[in-house]
Design a protein around this ligand. Structure first.
Ligand code: DX5
Ligand code: ZN
Length: 225
């Protein structure tokens, strides 16, 4: 399936990093029932970001079920040497890999390697990295991820300057490239993020820190306007 088939104009992507891992399958099911289709999966290595998060073993345990129900797994690699992980992620059922420009000397070559494993490709950039750098690396990728927090943990506060960065990014990357935003998304800022130009909007704590996950997901979708 091509990446553009995954996205219905705009997608709110539940970030599984914020899930309750003792009930992961059940929580995913509730969100699929509520209409979620693209799930965000954060792989952190304890080097590029402070925490070690989740990886291919967890991915493997959920991917078949997610795919059977028409969902996809969008993997955000908060790691050094991202290319080392592509094969394992592809084998475990990941659908895309988004790696950080900060760790890639040659993003086009890194992207080409991911394509060899039939993965969709994204590039991510941190709040201290210029939009210029992201635009320069965006040729031929499926998405560009504008981090609206410093990567590492769920539950941080959205950096307000991200709105202008999203708008500039949307203006400057090709129309065929999706703009994704990750970090600090809430019911109160999701509409502004979408209006600025984001089509893929990741939400961790705004969904999983709520009692009723389907309701939290649907509230975000409704708040898009
Ligand atoms: C953290 C991850 C995010 C995280 C978002 O660096 O990349 O995907 O789960 O969580 P919230 O939405 O709570 O900021
Ligand atoms: Zn993420």
């Amino acid at each position: 399936m091509a990446w553009y088939d995954w996205v219905r104009t705009v997608e709110v992507e539940p970030s599984l990093y914020a899930a309750d891992f003792s009930r992961l399958g059940e929580q995913i099911d509730h969100l699929l029932n509520a209409g979620a289709r693209v799930f965000h999966f954060d792989i952190g290595d304890g080097h590029f970001v402070e925490p070690v998060t989740i990886g291919p073993i967890v991915l493997r345990s959920i991917s078949r079920h997610v795919h059977e129900r028409g969902g996809v797994l969008d993997c955000h690699l908060m790691v050094d040497n991202p290319e080392r992980h592509f094969k394992q992620i592809a084998d475990a059922g990941g659908d895309s890999v988004t790696f950080h420009v900060e760790v890639s000397e040659d993003p086009a070559a890194t992207a080409a390697l991911a394509r060899e494993f039939d993965l969709r490709v994204g590039i991510a950039f941190n709040p201290e990295t210029s939009v210029d750098e992201a635009v320069a690396a965006s040729d031929g990728v499926d998405l560009v991820l504008c981090m609206s927090i410093h990567p590492g943990y769920s539950g941080q506060t959205f950096l307000p300057e991200s709105i202008d960065r999203i708008a500039e990014l949307r203006e400057r990357v090709a129309a065929s490239v999706y703009v994704q935003v990750d970090g600090g998304v809430t019911n109160d800022n999701v509409a502004a993020i979408h209006r600025a130009g984001a089509e893929l909007i990741v939400a961790g704590s705004a969904i999983f820190e709520r009692e009723d996950l389907p309701r939290a997901y649907q509230r975000l979708v409704r708040a898009l306007g």
